[in-house]
Design a protein around this ligand. Structure first.
Ligand code: NAG
Ligand code: NAG
Ligand code: NAG
Length: 212
């Protein structure tokens, strides 16, 4: 009887520990790098992420096809608009945005690949417990593998299979929950009169290698 009780408790503990798909915090500020298998793109960006208002701002420095670039983009999903901002020149271009907002986190139908400790488990503060998931993005968005912290569902890395670049790796770091300066998610005043550029609507990933 006692053995059975112990077994039941162990089983319960196992079930309780099994990771479930999770949602990342709706407000995040952080940094990321993107690199691609075909070596055409490398990028570093600071980002502000607002899943409540469905807005994202990127300050990017990168290299695309051996050419360096800097970009400042504000994506406002409920207006299907990308603002391509040049703060110094106080100019702004509006571009049509194709995608629906895809919140950070693990899709419900993702499969768990496993749990692991990044760094080391030998001493306090040396390791980070993460879960890695795999699946496919909606609308033929491609196969993905994503790693997030087991506590807090903070993104660590995201690998996506794309036709354009092969595997595309995004690594997140210096994430802070919240948005200290929400004004950065509002189009600057000099964007008011910008006209929507008459181009084919862009998806999220084409932003990383856009030439205007
Ligand atoms: C978009 O969302 C904001 C709140 O984040 C709201 O104020 C605005 O009216 C919305 N615009 C449209 C076109 O739905
Ligand atoms: C980038 O430059 C390297 C070295 O000069 C060259 O081998 C490569 O083909 C270039 N890549 C592209 C996409 O132009
Ligand atoms: C999960 O759901 C999406 C649609 O939301 C679908 O496209 C995808 O094939 C599904 N399967 C996996 C394994 O991700």
């Amino acid at each position: 009887m006692r053995v059975l009780l112990v077994l039941t408790c162990l089983l319960a503990a196992c079930l309780a520990l099994r990771p479930k798909p999770c949602k990342s915090p709706p407000l995040l500020t952080g940094k990321l790098t993107v690199s691609t298998q075909n070596e055409e793109l490398w990028m570093y960006a600071k980002f502000l992420y607002d899943a409540l208002g469905e807005r994202i701002r990127f300050y990017e420095v990168g290299k695309y096809m051996n050419t360096s670039y800097t970009k400042d983009y504000l994506l406002i999903y409920n207006k299907s608009t990308i603002y391509d901002i040049n703060k110094d020149a106080k100019t702004c271009t509006k571009l049509p945005l194709k995608d629906k907002f895809l919140p950070l986190g693990v899709p419900k139908n993702a499969s768990l690949l496993g749990q692991a400790i990044l760094g080391s488990s030998s001493g306090p503060g040396q390791g980070l417990l993460v879960n890695t998931w795999t699946g496919e993005l909606p609308e033929k968005g491609g196969q993905y593998q994503m790693t997030l912290t087991a506590r807090g569902c903070i993104p660590v890395s995201f690998i996506l299979k794309t036709d354009r670049f092969g595997w595309m790796l995004t690594s997140y770091f210096d994430n802070v929950i919240g948005i200290p300066d929400p004004e950065q998610l509002i189009p600057p005043c000099f964007c008011k009169d910008a006209e929507m550029k008459n181009v084919k609507p862009l998806d999220f990933f084409s932003l990383f290698h856009q030439k205007h």
